[in-house]
Write a new protein. Structure first.
Length: 246
């Protein structure tokens, strides 16, 4: 069974978008994963195909209606569908690599992309949606957030990335550190050289240098990640980041 993503959106043409190219696009074509985007508007029941209404209590903007969204969810999630239902929202738990690993290891995802001021709280509660944010900023819609989440998951699916170990060593891996710097030819560029150790051919020395650089960069740039790394018992791998329902 391939990894299955269902997207609920007012802009289905935004999918697969950039995920139809490069590694994710090849994996899509070879059937490693599949995605279909469903237009929420198709579940509106009135003549004008209305999906939103004014906020209860007043205020600016519009809110997406729970009845229309519930019908749209029922339309893409048959009874017994084991995939997590995720609402992309700036109020959600921040997406991180542990959560991505958990999602990529599962059967797929159902992603609800909000627009306007967001979604009526009652359908979030009734459906036990998992609320996920891609960062502490506000996008105009959940579609670009959904593309971020999908890209991060799809590249971890078996066979998608070229080198078997390219996910093991990168930033936010099991040790929680950021990655060391990379260099390639030419050996000298604009008067800048490659660190000698990387040209030494001494694998143990290279591994030691890379580890030290990873630690230095993590400490400097992300004291929060460094503190978490330091607190982790030696040998602990990545946690199962499958997000819990709201
Ligand atoms: C303009 S935003 C609504 C923001 C909302 N009124 C608030 O202040 O939290 C419209 C939609 O974009 C999506 N969105 C915006 N920022 C996001 C983020 N950081 N992560 C995930 N989704 C986001 C959500 O689906 C949201 O419903």
């Amino acid at each position: 069974m391939n990894w299955h993503a269902s997207i609920l959106t007012l802009f289905p043409d935004m999918f697969p978008g950039p995920l139809g190219l490069s590694l994710a696009g090849r994996a899509l074509r070879d059937g490693t994963w599949r995605v279909e985007a469903t237009d929420i508007r198709g579940f509106a029941t009135d003549r004008h195909r209305t999906v939103d209404d004014t906020p209860a209590g007043g205020g600016a903007g519009m809110v997406m209606r729970p009845d229309v969204l519930d019908a749209a969810i029922a339309g893409v999630m048959p009874a017994g569908d084991a995939r997590p239902l995720i609402y992309l929202t700036p109020r959600g738990r921040l997406l991180d690599q542990a959560m991505v690993r958990g999602l990529a290891a599962g059967p797929g995802v159902v992603l609800l992309c909000g627009r306007y001021e967001g979604v009526d709280q009652r359908v979030i509660d009734a459906r036990g949606m998992i609320e996920v944010s891609v960062g502490d900023y506000v996008l105009s819609g959940g579609e670009t957030a959904a593309l971020v989440l999908l890209d991060a998951c799809v590249r971890l699916l078996p066979g998608v990335m070229g080198a078997a170990d390219s996910a093991a060593e990168e930033s936010h891996g099991a040790d929680g550190l950021l990655e060391y710097p990379h260099y390639t030819r030419p050996a000298e560029w604009q008067g800048r050289t490659i660190p000698d150790v990387l040209l030494s051919g001494h694998h143990a020395e290279i591994a030691r240098w890379r580890r030290a650089e990873s630690e230095r960069i993590t400490k400097e740039r992300r004291p929060d990640l460094w503190a978490r790394h330091e607190a982790k018992p030696a040998g602990a791998g990545g946690m199962d980041g499958r997000p819990a329902a709201a």
